[in-house]
Design a protein around this ligand. Sequence first.
Ligand SMILES: Cc1cc2nc3c(=O)[nH]c(=O)nc-3n(C[C@H](O)[C@H](O)[C@H](O)COP(=O)(O)O)c2cc1C
Length: 168
Amino acid sequence: MNLYEGIQIRRSIRKYDKKSIKPEAIERLLRAAMQAPSAANQRPWEFIVVEKRETLEKLAKTHMYAAPTKEAAVSIIVLGREESMLFPQYWQQDLAAATENILLEAVELGLGAVWMGIAPEQDRMAYITELFHLPQGVKPFAMLAIGYSSDNKFVDRFDRSRVHYEKY
Ligand SMILES: Cc1cc2nc3c(=O)[nH]c(=O)nc-3n(C[C@H](O)[C@H](O)[C@H](O)COP(=O)(O)O)c2cc1C
């Protein structure tokens, strides 16, 4: 599978098999995340990898759309570290790029994954901050639920009417 094909077939996967994910595969997801572009190369990210079922169940209660973590093999929480932010105004864009890289690497590895929003919702951020006792200056951005799955359906979303050439 090449990058184009991977991007085309990526979908949010919210149902997973019981199969566990090897540590090498998890490391590949994290390596993909850290290859993301960031403003002035500030790389303001940190990650928490969660495999304990008890914690995954707690993550599922972060908000009403967070249920996928309950059955996932792994969840990765994407965090922003204020200390690393040279251009703090871009922190969410940087972390979004890292999060998308995880989703794409998951496709490459034959895994299913879904991005679940945390920031900028204050209640969600507070829940994760409390759950992991995050120190001051470390802000939860998003979490991913990841697992093996056969649940995927390609949808072609290309819409020519959204593209403007040279002028609007
Ligand atoms: C910022 C952001 C927040 C999202 N939050 C959730 C979420 O909380 N729960 C969930 O199941 N999916 C969440 N998604 C996934 C979207 O619902 C999904 O990407 C969208 O419906 C398009 O479907 P696709 O990913 O299969 O292409 C989120 C996606 C983004 C980019």
